[in-house]
Design a protein around this ligand. Sequence first.
Ligand code: CTP
Length: 409
Amino acid sequence: MDMEIPILKGRKVVVGVSGGIAAYKAADLTSRLVQAGAQVDVVMTPAAAEFVRPLTFQALTHRPVALEMFSLWQETEIGHVSLGKRADLMVIAPATASTLAKLAHGLADNMLTTTALACRGPILLAPAMESGMWANPATVANMEVLGRRGYFSVGPDSGRLASGAEGVGRMSEPDAILDAARWVLGRNGPLAGKKVVVTAGGTREAIDPVRFVGNHSSGKMGFALAYAARDRGAEVTLVHGPAARTAPHGVRAVAVESAEQMQAAVLDAAVDAAAIIMAAAVADYRPKAAAEHKIKKTQGEMALELVRTPDILAAVTTRRAQSGSPRVVIGFAAETCNVLENAREKLTRKGLDLIVANDVLAADSGFGVDTNRVILIDAGGGAASLPLMSKQAVAETVLDRLAALLGRC
Ligand code: CTP
C-alpha cells in the first residue's frame, strides 16, 4: 500500500519538538510525515533532547536536526531562521506549557521558538502537559492569544497522563496530528470555500431492535473521498452508515443507519452544496415494518415483506433540476457483471455528471478491501479505466475530476 499522501508530498514541514514525555510520539509523527512524502526538518528544544536523542530524528529524516542556536556548522547549513522562512508548515509536537507561553510572548530563546517566530507558513500546535497546567489560566490565555494570531491546534486529548493520573493533557496521537496537518495545508486548496457532501458505508434497515438488512460495504471508499475532498480545502459533510472509523479532522460527520435517515441528512446538507459524491451502498429495500420487539422464532418458515427505499441520488438530481444545486453530482455503481453497460445506464437514469463503476465481485476491488479497480464514466459518454489502485488513490482521481467539473460550471 502506498503511504504517500498527495497534499504532503514534497512539502517542507518543520517538526518542532519541545520537552515533554510525549516527545517520543513525535518520532512516530516524523516517520509518518516522511513516509507521506514530506521533506521534514526537526527542530528540538534542549529539554526535548533530554527525552529523545536528536539522532532518532536524524535517522528518520536523513537530515540534520536543529538544536543549537549558535552551532557553527548548523548556522551555515541551516541558519537559525531559514528553516522557518521556507517551511510550508510547522508542527509543534509536543507543545509544552512553557513553549506555548514563549510563543504567546514572541520569545526566541531557542531553535524552536526562533524558527516559529520566523515561520511564514501556518503553525499547528499539539499541546501536551499535565491537566492542571493545561487548565491554568495562564495557559488558557496563551492558547487564546495564539488562536487569535492564527495558530492552529489539535488536542490535547484526555486519558492517562505521564503522572499516572487521568485527565486532559495527553498529546493527540500521531495519526490525528498528521490528519490535522493535512487539513491545515489543504485549507486554501482548489475546493476552498466549496461545500461537498460525501456519503459512505452501507445502510441498515431494521427488522426488529436487534436485526437488520444490510450489506458488506465497509465505508473505506467514502471515507477516502472525504479525506481527499478535505485535503483540497472543501467544507465536507460526511454522511455515513455504521462504520468503526474516525472522521477526518475538519469534516462534519453525520452518522445515520437507514436509507431514509441518509436521505434526510443528504438533502439537508446538499441545500447549499457545490457537489455531492454518493459512495454509500444504500439498501434498495427495507422491511415493511420494523417489529417493536425481538421477533421470536417459530416452527415454520418466515417471510420478510420488503418495500422500496427512496433513491437518494434521484431525489438530489430532481431537486437540482429545480434549484440548480448541487452543481456536480457523482454516483457509484456497484456491479457484478456488465459493469460498463450497467453503469452507463445508471448515469443516464440518475442524471449524473460522473459515475465511478466497480466490479464488486473482483477479489481486489469493492467491499472491504483497500484497493479498487474502477471505470470513470462521464455524462459525455467518455470512459476511463483506471488500473488497480488504493482506494485513497481512486479518491484523489475522483476529486481531481470533481475540481475540473466545478471549474467548468
Ligand atoms: N443510491 C441511492 N439511493 C438508493 C440506492 C442507490 O442514492 N436507494 C446511489 C448509490 O449511492 C450509488 C448509485 O445510487 O451512488 C448506484 O447505486 P447501486 O446500488 O449501484 O445502484 P442501484 O441504484 O441500487 O441500482 P441496481 O439495484 O439496479 O443496481
